[in-house]
Design a binder for this molecule. Sequence first.
Ligand code: AMP
Ligand code: MG
Length: 403
Amino acid sequence: MLTVEEAQARVLEEVPLLEREDVPLGEAHGRILREDVRATADVPERDNSAMDGYAVRAEDIANAPAWLPVTGDLPAGTMPSSPLLSGTAIRIMTGALLPEGADTVAHVEITDGGRDIVRIDHSLGRGTNVRRRGEDMRSGDIVLRSGDVIRAGELGVLASVQQRTVSVGRRPTVAILSTGDELIDVEKPRVPGKIVNANSWSLAALVTEAGATAQPSGIVPDTREATVAALERALSCDFIVTSGGVSVGAWDFVKDALDALGAEQKFWRVAMKPGKPVVLSTLRNRLVFGLPGNPVSCMVSFHLFVAPGIRKAMGQSGVLTPPLVTMPLAESLSSKGDRRTYMRVNVRADHGGLHAHPMRAQGSGVSTSMIAANGLAVVAEGVTWIEAGAPVDVILIGPVTSA
Ligand code: AMP
Ligand code: MG
């Protein structure tokens, strides 16, 4: 059986890099940049003021307090019309370009705020309160790299360099098939023995969170023919994610159907709990992830295998598997110890650090244990008990919250 790390490496080897496309800046949020971006000008374009106050020469206020005639006003966004003459001050606002001759800004707090004559109470080192030309970006420098995720900070920089269209990785389309004769759609009345198809909803959300486009493709009955037909229809997508039907049950047809279609199995079964029966196959240049049906197994295996694959396909650089952080366990945990186990925890920032609070129920069928689960505590094979307060490795699968 493969280890989780081996299976993750296999996924990343098999995932193709999708082509790139140009999108308007307004649609670039959350996408993966696929070009290096250079600054087109120095930012700031010239030395400018970091404070509201008075543009001066440091030497003119060396013997503070100093009284200087105010010869003009420089609001932000205007060009200085005349140089600063020795022994004078120009009132200046944050962001306004420094007039020639000025080398320092006396912030308004150390002055009397005078309009005709200003009193400056302290001397300042030359360059105080001045933002230097090119301090943020230098013309021609690479400021963003291919493979970067475009979030708020990156969008601001793209706008600053006037990049109106951006080359990004195409979002993969992901077909979601939920197999199981026991499944009914969410809007159907309850029937004894049937359960609502919850996985399609969770998987669609996870696909979207990973940056891809989800195509929920309904419930697939537990027959080889229906599974073959559903997989064939799903081939219009870049990836296919199935839930259920990958175990060794008499009605588990996903692997049979993949075989019937001539798919090449890359792995089946990973040494982990929950999620052991996960399958990876390639089918006519498409990747098929066969995830187990238990809601927890399904989501855990998505985080560990599918999400990194989606990031790779879009061209994200760096480590693509979710981050691992060591933190104290808030309450003790027990595990069977038969396989490496991923226990759901809520990671909260409290007492100045991160703490992992385990969910009470840890069964792979307990869907409510995924509520607020933003971490998976990794409990090694052979370990059956971890005491509260002991350090534990946690894979972060969602944003950390405050206590
Ligand atoms: P399977 O992997 O097909 O053996 O499914 C294991 C268990 O997961 C089933 O007995 C169901 O209780 C549950 N399950 C399977 N598919 C879904 C689904 N789409 N939504 C919610 N639970 C499911
Ligand atoms: Mg099933």
